[in-house]
Design a protein around this ligand. Structure first.
Ligand code: NAD
Length: 482
C-alpha cells in the first residue's frame, strides 16, 4: 500500500464539483425521483457527525503532530462501517464524501451497516514500520476514546495507504483497552487471517469488480447499450492504479476471464501493449522498482493519464477520485467505465459521458466487494467460528455418496465439470467467494431492474442511488425512533 500526491487537481483546474459536491449532486439527482417527506432527504444525505483529531507522537528524538478524521454518515444501521485512508492530501470533505458512499454502498448490496470513513493526513512512505505502528495505535486510541472504534458502533477497514497490518495494530489496541470485550476482534475488518481475518478479504474488492463485470456481460441488452458484444474474453481493458483493488481486478480479469489488459497506468506513467500485459509481471516490476518505467515487453509513456483516453472496451479507474473530469471526459474513448475506485468520475464528467453514450458501472455498486467480505469477517468474529468448520466434512461425505450413485447410474460418464463442482470444497475461501458472487450478482440485477423499469432513471448510477436512498428511507420511516 502506498501514499499519493494530491488528488483531483486537474478536476479543480476545470472547476468541477469537489468530491463531496459530486456525491451530493448524484444523490440529489436520484432523490428528486422519490417522494420523500421534507427533511428526511437531508437527514439521509448529510453526515451525522465528524470527529477531527490532532495528536502528537514521540518518534525518535522529536514529537510529530498528526491530524485525522472519522466521519459517521448514517447510523440507521449499526455498526457504521468504512475504511481508514493514509494519504497526505486527506481532508474532512473527502472523508465525508467517502462515508456517504459507504452508507449507499451498504444499502445497495444489502449489508446491514451504516456508512463511515476515516483518514490520517500522512504519507505512509515517509515512516518506518515501527513509527507507523506507533502512529496507528495512537490514532486507534483517539478513535476509541470517542466511540469511533467499537465492534457494536464503528468498525474500520483498509483503504488507500493501509492494509491488513494496520488493521491488526488497530485490533490489538482495542483489545488492550477492552480486555473484557469478548467480541474485540470484530472492532475492525481486513485483519490478517492469523489475527482474526477471513480468507478472501485482501482481494475482495477486486474480486467484486470481476463478479460485477461478469454479471454485466450476462445481460446482452446492457452489453449492447455499451456498444459491445460477447463476453469478457478478448475485451481490451485499461486499468489505472495497480494497488490492492486494481491489481486483483486486473489479475482476475486477465487470468480467469481472458480479458486483455492493454494498458496499466501508475503514478510514474503508463505501460501500453496491444497484445495484453501480464499483470503479475507488471506488479512484480512495480514492487521491485517503485514504478512502471523499465518494464520490458511494453511501451512506457511518462504522461500516464493521457492513456485514460486510449481506445479500449473497458476502462477501470482503480486509484483516486476525480480522475475523469470535464477536462478529459470528452476525450474518453472507452466504451464503458467500471468504477473500481471511489468517486473517479466527477459529476460534470458523469453528465458528459452519459451524453456521449458511455456505459458506467458505478462505484457505489462495483467496489462493494470489500465491505461485503468485511461483513462476513465481522459475523465470523462475532460467532468465534470459522466458516465451514462444522459442516465441511459432512458435506464432502454427502457429495461423495451422491457422486458414487450418479457414476453408477451413468456408467462412469459423469461430465468432468459436474464432478468438479460436486467436489468443490466447502472451505472458508469458497464460501466467501460464493457469498460475494451471490451478493454482486443480485445487487446488479436489482439496480438494472430499476434502470430498465423506470423511464426517468437515466443510468445505473442513478438507479443505484435510488435503490440505496429508498432502502435507507424505508428504515427511517418504519423503524427509527421518533
Ligand atoms: P492502494 O493504495 O492499494 O492502491 C492505489 C494505487 O493507485 C497505488 O498503486 C498507487 O501507486 C496508484 N496511484 C496513485 N496515484 C495515482 C495516479 N495519479 N495515477 C495512477 N495511479 C496512481 O489503494 P486501494 O485500496 O487499491 O484503493 C484504490 C481505490 O479503491 C480508492 O478509491 C479506494 O477508496 C477504493 N476502494 C478500496 C477498497 C479496499 O478494499 N481497499 C474498497 C473499496 C474501494
Amino acid at each position: 500500500m502506498t501514499g499519493h500526491k494530491k488528488t483531483g487537481h486537474e478536476a479543480v483546474a476545470h472547476k468541477d464539483s469537489s468530491f463531496l459536491q459530486s456525491v451530493d449532486a448524484m444523490f440529489n439527482r436520484a432523490a428528486a425521483l422519490l417522494d420523500l417527506p421534507a427533511g428526511l432527504t437531508e437527514q439521509i444525505r448529510l453526515c451525522n457527525s465528524v470527529y477531527e483529531v490532532r495528536f502528537s507522537v514521540r518518534l525518535g528524538q522529536g514529537w510529530r503532530l498528526f491530524r485525522g478524521w472519522r466521519a459517521t454518515h448514517s447510523e440507521h444501521r449499526l455498526p457504521v462501517k468504512g475504511g481508514i485512508r493514509y494519504a497526505p492530501y486527506a481532508n474532512q470533505q473527502e472523508v465525508e464524501a467517502l462515508a456517504a458512499l459507504m452508507s449507499y454502498k451498504c444499502a445497495v448490496v444489502d449489508v446491514p451497516f451504516g456508512g463511515s470513513k476515516g483518514a490520517l493526513a500522512i504519507d505512509p512512505r515517509e515512516y518506518s514500520r515501527e513509527d507507523l505502528q506507533l502512529i496507528t495505535q495512537r490514532f486507534a486510541l483517539e478513535l476509541d476514546k470517542r466511540d469511533y472504534l467499537s465492534p457494536a458502533l464503528n468498525v474500520p477497514a483498509p483503504d488507500i495507504g493501509t492494509g491488513a497490518r494496520e488493521m491488526a495494530w488497530i485490533a490489538e489496541t482495542y483489545r488492550t483497552l477492552h480486555p473484557d470485550d469478548i467480541d474485540a476482534s470484530a472492532c475492525v475488518t481486513g485483519k490478517p487471517r492469523q489475527a482474526g481475518g477471513i480468507e478472501g478479504r485482501v482481494e475482495a474488492t477486486g474480486r467484486g469488480v470481476q463478479y460485477g463485470l461478469q454479471e454485466f456481460f450476462r445481460h446482452p441488452e446492457d452489453v449492447a447499450a455499451a456498444g459491445l458484444e460477447g463476453g469478457l474474453r478478448g475485451k481490451r481493458v485499461i486499468v489505472q492504479g495497480l494497488g490492492n483493488v486494481g491489481f486483483h481486478a486486473a489479475k482476475f480479469l486477465e487470468e480467469e476471464d481472458g480479458a486483455k489488459i492493454v494498458a496499466v497506468i501508475e503514478r510514474d506513467g503508463a505501460l501500453l501493449n496491444d497484445e495484453g500485459l501480464s499483470i503479475r509481471a507488471v506488479k512484480a516490476h512495480l514492487e521491485e522498482h517503485g514504478g512502471l518505467q523499465g518494464f520490458d515487453s511494453a511501451e512506457f509513456q511518462s504522461d500516464g493519464n493521457t492513456a485514460l483516453e486510449n481506445d479500449c472496451d473497458i476502462l477501470i479507474p482503480a486509484a483516486l477520485e476525480a480522475q475523469i473530469h470535464s477536462g478529459n471526459a470528452p476525450r474518453i474513448r472507452a466504451r464503458m467505465i467500471a468504477e473500481a475506485a471511489n468517486g473517479p468520475v466527477t459529476y460534470e464528467a458523469d453528465e458528459i459521458l452519459r451524453a456521449a453514450g458511455k456505459f458506467i458501472i458505478p462505484d457505489v455498486y462495483l467496489n462493494a466487494g470489500g465491505v461485503t467480505v468485511s461483513y462476513f469477517e465481522w459475523t465470523k468474529n462475532l460467532s468465534h467460528l470459522r466458516f465451514g468448520r462444522m459442516e465441511r466434512r459432512m458435506q464432502a461425505a454427502r457429495w461423495e455418496g451422491e457422486l458414487a450413485v450418479l457414476k453408477k447410474l451413468l456408467k462412469d460418464e459423469v461430465p468432468e465439470a459436474i464432478e468438479k463442482s460436486m467436489r468443490r470444497d466447502q472451505d472458508e475461501l469458497n464460501l466467501v467467494r460464493s457469498g460475494l458472487e451471490d451478493t454482486m450478482r443480485e445487487a446488479y440485477q436489482h439496480i438494472r431492474a430499476l434502470w430498465c423499469e423506470r423511464a426517468d432513471v437515466p443510468d445505473l448510477r442513478t438507479a443505484a442511488f435510488l435503490l440505496a436512498i429508498s432502502k435507507i428511507a424505508d428504515y427511517y420511516l418504519n423503524f427509527a425512533l421518533r
